[in-house]
Design a protein around this ligand. Structure first.
Ligand SMILES: *[C@@H]1O[C@H](CO)[C@@H](O)[C@H](O)[C@H]1NC(C)=O
Ligand SMILES: *[C@@H]1O[C@H](CO)[C@@H](O)[C@H](O)[C@H]1NC(C)=O
Ligand SMILES: *[C@@H]1O[C@H](CO)[C@@H](O)[C@H](O)[C@H]1NC(C)=O
Ligand SMILES: *[C@@H]1O[C@H](CO)[C@@H](O)[C@H](O)[C@H]1NC(C)=O
Ligand SMILES: *[C@@H]1O[C@H](CO)[C@@H](O)[C@H](O)[C@H]1NC(C)=O
Ligand SMILES: *[C@@H]1O[C@H](CO)[C@@H](O)[C@H](O)[C@H]1NC(C)=O
Ligand SMILES: [Zn+2]
Ligand SMILES: [Zn+2]
Length: 293
């Protein structure tokens, strides 16, 4: 009796919402997060562990030991949610409200927002919006080469080539970096390509929706797009398509050593928008990283 009763009360008190995504025609998104409006500490909800996994993946738990992957809303989830809400300048409630849900269901970059920097702890850098990876890894040279190499076919190299060149150009314009495509049989500093699901790094893609791409810190050079998205190469991108150029400029920022920015006008903002130019924050970031200190 008691379990049924409490279950009944919780069902009435909380509105269960399955967020597909902000995009139209997204009925078939397979990775839609199941989120629960009004969910707060003390409740147990089937699927709540997905929210924990999401927050852990993007760096909102201080330590791996802090995550208990049950469907129970514990105080550690509350802290992680508060950190997430603080990062995105949402109302800091520690509860799952509609603004938080809306944010989490927007497609984004797979690189984490917060790094477990032992110097920095869990404090966000408040002086600037741009960030760097732990330990500020940087390239020791300025003339970098790149190569296109995909394990999944999405668009031809012929189509991708000018887009990538323009994306590199955006960063070259504001830094001392130059980028050129390497000869086929030569090694290159950067390797760019489309991949699906598991693709031989420790970060398998998640199929359609949610994570769109990721890239590694210097001097790794790997830049991967999730082949399961609806990629678009023209500038008339529909709302349910993802612009390759916008995502490329963002990921190249990571390749050069920038982390995510909390400034919505920055290209390094983690959530996707059609945006093909750098923000002032990005320019300040790359200059601080390479000429700053
Ligand atoms: C974060 O760093 C601390 C101290 O270096 C370590 O104990 C902890 O396991 C780290 N957490 C993660 C998630 O890597
Ligand atoms: C994880 O949560 C379950 C259920 O609330 C609890 O029994 C268990 O002790 C927790 N484990 C840790 C390591 O906190
Ligand atoms: C970067 O380029 C500027 C001119 O645009 C030059 O003054 C500066 O010395 C260069 N810095 C490095 C580290 O190459
Ligand atoms: C891709 O486009 C198709 C057809 O418009 C649509 O059904 C599907 O949901 C889209 N996928 C994503 C991940 O947006
Ligand atoms: C899209 O392309 C057209 C024609 O080349 C151009 O006039 C327009 O400014 C472009 N729009 C964006 C957002 O880049
Ligand atoms: C960070 O971004 C916010 C939002 O765009 C802006 O209001 C603020 O001035 C930025 N802070 C710095 C230090 O640039
Ligand atoms: Zn990113
Ligand atoms: Zn990858």
């Amino acid at each position: 009796m008691a379990p049924n009763l409490s279950h009944h009360i919780i069902s009435q008190a909380l509105l269960l919402l399955i967020i597909q995504s902000l995009f139209v025609n997204s009925e078939s998104h397979s990775r839609s997060l199941q989120l629960f409006e009004g969910a707060q500490k003390g409740y147990t909800f089937k699927g709540l562990n997905h929210v924990k996994q999401y927050l852990k993946a993007f760096g909102y738990y201080y330590s791996i030991n802090d995550v208990n992957f049950t469907d129970h809303f514990d105080s550690l989830l509350e802290s992680a949610l508060k950190a997430y809400q603080q990062y995105y300048r949402l109302e800091v409630t520690g509860k799952i409200n509609s603004d938080t849900m809306k944010k989490m269901s927007t497609p984004r970059c797979g690189v984490r927002d917060v790094f477990n920097d032992s110097n920095d702890g869990f404090k966000f850098r408040m002086v600037a919006n741009y960030t760097f990876f732990n330990g500020m890894p940087r390239w020791n040279k300025r003339q970098l080469t790149y190569k296109l190499r995909s394990s999944a076919y999405v668009i031809s190299d012929r189509q991708l080539r000018p887009i990538i060149a323009r994306a590199f150009g955006k960063w070259a314009d504001v830094s001392n970096f130059t980028f050129r495509e390497a000869w086929v049989f030569n090694p290159s500093d950067i390797v760019v390509g489309f991949h699906r699901r598991f693709h031989w790094d420790n970060y398998p893609f998640d199929g359609p929706g949610n994570i769109l791409a990721h890239a590694f810190a210097p001097e790794d050079g790997r830049l991967h797009y999730d082949a399961d998205e609806n990629w678009s190469t023209n500038n008339l991108t529909r709302l349910d398509q993802i612009d390759v150029e916008s995502v490329s400029i963002h990921e190249i920022g990571h390749i050069l050593g920038l982390g995510h920015s909390r400034d919505p006008n920055a290209i390094m903002y983690p959530y996707y928008r059609l945006k093909r130019n750098l923000g002032q924050d990005d320019i300040d970031g790359i200059r601080a990283l390479y000429f700053g200190r």
